[in-house]
Design a protein around this ligand. Sequence first.
Ligand SMILES: *[C@@H]1O[C@H](CO)[C@@H](O)[C@H](O)[C@H]1NC(C)=O
Ligand SMILES: *[C@@H]1O[C@H](CO)[C@@H](O)[C@H](O)[C@H]1NC(C)=O
Ligand SMILES: *[C@@H]1O[C@H](CO)[C@@H](O)[C@H](O)[C@H]1NC(C)=O
Ligand SMILES: *[C@@H]1O[C@H](CO)[C@@H](O)[C@H](O)[C@H]1NC(C)=O
Ligand SMILES: *[C@@H]1O[C@H](CO)[C@@H](O)[C@H](O)[C@H]1NC(C)=O
Ligand SMILES: *[C@@H]1O[C@H](CO)[C@@H](O)[C@H](O)[C@H]1NC(C)=O
Length: 492
Amino acid sequence: MARPRPGALVASLLLLVVFLSTSAAAARQNHGLAAASNSNDTAGGGGFVGVDGTQFVVGGGKTTIYFSGFNAYWLMLLASDPARRPKVVAAFRQASDHGLNLARTWAFSDGGDAPLQSEPGVYDEAMFQGLDFVIAEAGRHGIYLLLCLVNNFPDFGGKRQYVAWAREAGHGGLATADHFFNTTVVKDYYKSHVKRVLTRVNTVTAVAYRDDPTILGWELMNEPRCDADPTGAMVQAWVEEMAPYVKSVDGGNHLVTAGLEGFYGAGAHESKDLNPWGIYYGTNFVATHLAAGVDFATIHLYPDVWLWGSAPAKQAAFLRNWTRSHAEAAELYLAKPLLVTEYGKFLWEGVANETQRDGFLALVLDSIYDSAKGGGPIVGGAFWQLLDPGMDALRDGYEIILPEDRRAAAIIGNHSRLLAQLNGQDVEEVRRRRRRRRRGAHNSRKVHVASGRTSGGRGSSDDTPRLNTSLLVRFVSSLFRSVSSSPFSSSA
Ligand SMILES: *[C@@H]1O[C@H](CO)[C@@H](O)[C@H](O)[C@H]1NC(C)=O
Ligand SMILES: *[C@@H]1O[C@H](CO)[C@@H](O)[C@H](O)[C@H]1NC(C)=O
Ligand SMILES: *[C@@H]1O[C@H](CO)[C@@H](O)[C@H](O)[C@H]1NC(C)=O
Ligand SMILES: *[C@@H]1O[C@H](CO)[C@@H](O)[C@H](O)[C@H]1NC(C)=O
Ligand SMILES: *[C@@H]1O[C@H](CO)[C@@H](O)[C@H](O)[C@H]1NC(C)=O
Ligand SMILES: *[C@@H]1O[C@H](CO)[C@@H](O)[C@H](O)[C@H]1NC(C)=O
């Protein structure tokens, strides 16, 4: 479907840009938020990030670190053109001015108009140098990177492109893109991509990616889903094979995660009743995050599009349920940290405006902070998506332009500052406090878990009209394709 546009305020925002860009330098001087200004807040310089129970740790594994992050899938793409690198620098500068210390971005572009990998094993050096530049700039700004290695969706190639390559090479029986997960030749293509990226020596810093502490970790895939096997077994087997493979190439320096959105399957300790519309998406949140080599868990959070057409109160209830149930699972069954690696609210004229979007941001960020502050397993997140001023071609209805969206920027900046104050705690002490807290909350938690699991599912008490869910699933997934789409245009 066509990429939806927010369609509002462009002209007045342009005036604002002019105003802000003249005052931006002065504003930066006054910002108390910059990560580097507080020695306990430093993101870069902290070295490799490790995991200790449900916490991320730095400094050789003793002290906590929390992540206030953003998504910007376009960084490599823009940086591949030296003329547009200032956009990348500006993005990192705005991010660090707002205390952001994590960027999630694509380390892939398979086939298509602007490939990193034009065919299996064939790489575009300009694109790779773009990624080199992104990593170097992230490091310079004290921002960690979560690098994603392939897409579930067809944007920038994805699993469909990998399967097409195998088909073009004469391999038969590859009817759908989901053969990506279980076909030996395709899995070998993927492994070769992993190896090529992880062993790449950065032309700017001369550090191999696998040795670079700027990288928080590797994400196996953006939003794995598998229609071919709703039980989740296909994705499970793929993750069980690929996570240890990535670890083996990486040498154990970096963390690995699968890239899941958090949908539950039929395994132990999960219930599809907690999924949007109670549908299976071919993944098991708990089982897959238990796979060897997976260091931390992720969820995404888009209550408005996932429950499109349902009442705001139901979407808010979903948001609470989604974070609570995953936090409980991360703590009780995974004992791993949990990052909300994408969340956003779609701006759509007549449906949601900036005020409502900012309210949603505050809600998500508060729930992340509450968990982090209490020693809980949600230790950070990354909003979808950060754009620079003037990148109108990449607007997707979710964009947050920090110098323009001033209220959103203030909410994010405040959150970063609060979260950064939690950095540098002794991880043992956090654990002791958490145990004490949980002993107190024990009984009420038991009730939550039980009612979550045995609930009737679709919220039948809600008077929202029953929608055709098979239509909706398609709508939502095409919306997501548009979210990650590649409007690679010269105006960006
Ligand atoms: C891969 O999965 C598809 C869809 O379930 C199935 O048809 C196919 O036989 C599987 N291939 C292998 C090699 O197991
Ligand atoms: C946004 O929408 C809400 C609810 O419809 C409305 O109350 C508010 O005034 C709107 N805000 C702006 C800035 O348009
Ligand atoms: C951000 O924090 C400042 C200082 O504590 C406060 O004055 C301001 O109202 C906060 N802004 C938002 C949007 O939360
Ligand atoms: C940094 O953290 C330590 C505890 O680990 C604390 O004593 C110190 O005051 C903190 N420094 C700043 C600048 O917040
Ligand atoms: C939230 O969870 C409760 C049970 O804990 C359930 O009754 C309710 O239907 C859920 N609501 C949504 C929107 O998922
Ligand atoms: C929902 O839509 C699909 C696709 O148009 C259709 O095949 C199906 O029968 C519909 N289901 C209901 C319950 O209306």
